[in-house]
Design a protein around this ligand. Structure first.
Ligand SMILES: [Zn+2]
Length: 138
């Protein structure tokens, strides 16, 4: 169950190891009980990805600070679209799969590259824009 997966850092090609999240985040509520795959060259190389709580499998590919930020923005863009279109989360992902021509196994923002995240943000904004004006100002 806690068997570590052999993965490599896509930036510096060092190995990545399953470590407690407190290594990166410090000991706080955010890191409590959490694990992540961290590049063995950290902190010189700032690449990591969260691991699933139960299985300890990586949630996607290792990402540096820029890519982690892009993935957050892509998630936000998709959530926004979901809201304005009154979609369920799974419906939003089906929509995304169709737009990007991906299978359900591939359509995880945690696995997306910088370029793919830009595509998600662009597509979501495009699809949400006609509806944005109809929403009461937040
Ligand atoms: Zn690295």
């Amino acid at each position: 169950m806690t068997k570590q997966k052999q993965i490599k850092c896509p930036y510096c090609h060092a190995g990545a190891s399953l470590r407690p999240a407190s290594v990166v985040y410090g000991c706080n509520r955010r890191s409590q009980g959490k694990f992540l795959y961290l590049c063995d060259r950290w902190p010189a190389c700032d690449a990591y990805v969260s691991a699933h709580d139960r299985t300890h499998q990586p949630m996607g590919t290792l990402a540096n600070g820029d890519l982690r930020h892009k993935r957050i923005l892509a998630h936000r863009a998709l959530e926004h679209l979901q809201q304005v279109r009154h979609m369920e989360k799974w419906e939003a992902y089906i929509w995304l799969q169709a737009k990007l021509g991906l299978s359900d196994r591939q359509a995880h923002i945690g696995q997306f590259s910088d370029w793919m995240c830009d595509e998600v943000i662009r597509l979501c904004h495009q699809a949400a824009a006609p509806l944005d004006g109809l929403q009461p100002a937040a």
